[in-house]
Design a protein around this ligand. Structure first.
Ligand code: FAD
Length: 284
């Protein structure tokens, strides 16, 4: 459990960090909260030549709640849990942060590190996909924005290039009346999502609009269950419509299987977690 030796630099700016990545994109690695990377180094699953500590870069910090919502990549899970302005507008951040790991991990781990790492069982990917977020990325040729639904490519793989830094997450301000729910079945050891479900929808006179349902933990990457969302839009949030939407999502999920949960069990959880999330909104 001792990492291979590496050099360490504390980046002073975004430009500095990108320059250091460009020196050796395959050998140099960013570190934010270190709560995924450091265990990986200890297990020697990665042996970067240089660790570039980005934790002092101000541009990557902070939560802004205005016409749009901007969350800096370095924002910790604990800061997301504690932010009152964010909770008022997008309570799903509070709901999800409250379910991540334990206080030690929440105090150090960052949303940017979680999204860039793209663990299939991480919580934030489902939330940013459900909220139709955009990820701001900086690299040697400038800035670009990638829709969250296109960011997660596969297991631990994203649209980020090896010399790019995730700067911030941008979320559109929700329409009046939109409600949110995040639910998951926690892995008993780590707290990661065996299956997690993020839902945003508007109920007007009992009829659903603007529904988005996204899923993490079940498959190799977080994704939007578009057919289930489309099934709900324009209909009452009845138990029958909820059950049909959940079944659609579960039938279409090509689930992972591991020592804790088989693919069939995960498929079942996709259905039950969607039913529970939607029923809690119908009852609210
Ligand atoms: C015991 C334990 C339990 C956990 N439980 C959960 C859980 O229940 N749910 C959950 O979602 N997560 C969980 N995690 C993961 C935790 O949330 C991590 O903190 C998170 O996944 C990574 O964030 P970090 O800031 O620590 O990233 P780091 O470990 O510093 O980095 C992770 C990866 O992302 C890259 N990276 C970091 N920041 C950026 C950036 N801005 N731009 C580009 N690349 C970047 C790094 O190079 C590295 O490859 C758990 C971790 C532990 C140790």
């Amino acid at each position: 459990m001792i990492p291979a030796s590496f050099d360490y630099v504390r980046a002073t700016s975004l430009t500095h960090a990108i320059g250091l990545l460009q020196d050796d994109p395959d050998g140099n690695k960013l570190v934010a909260g270190g709560h995924t990377l450091i265990p990986t180094l200890k297990l020697r699953l990665a042996s970067p030549a240089l660790l570039i500590d980005i934790s002092g870069i101000d541009e990557l910090k902070g939560i802004e709640v205005a016409d749009r919502i901007r969350i800096g990549a370095l924002t910790t899970h604990a800061e997301l849990l504690a932010s009152k302005p964010l909770r008022e507008v997008l309570p799903i951040f509070h709901q999800a942060a409250d379910m991540i790991a334990d206080p030690q991990v929440r105090n150090r781990g960052t949303i940017g590190g979680s999204l860039a790492n793209a663990d299939p069982a991480a919580d934030w990917p489902a939330v940013v996909v459900a909220l139709k977020g955009e990820l701001e990325i900086a690299g040697p040729t400038g800035r670009r924005h990638v829709a969250a639904k296109d960011f997660f490519v596969g297991i631990m793989t994203t649209a980020l290039g090896p010399d790019e830094v995730l700067v911030a997450i941008h979320i559109p301000y929700p329409n009046p009346g939109v409600q949110f729910r995040y639910r998951k079945i926690r892995h008993p050891a780590s707290g990661y999502a065996v299956v997690g479900v993020a839902v945003a929808l508007r109920l007007q006179d009992g009829v659903v609009s603007d529904a988005t349902i996204s899923i993490t933990g079940a498959t190799g990457r977080a994704y939007a269950a578009d057919s289930a969302s489309a099934h709900l839009n324009g209909k009452p949030l009845s138990s029958q419509n909820i059950a049909s939407a959940a079944l659609l999502a579960s039938e279409q999920a090509e689930c992972l299987s591991d020592g804790y949960a088989s693919a069939d069990y995960r498929k079942h959880l996709v259905k039950t977690e969607i039913i529970r999330a939607l029923t809690s909104l119908a009852d609210a």
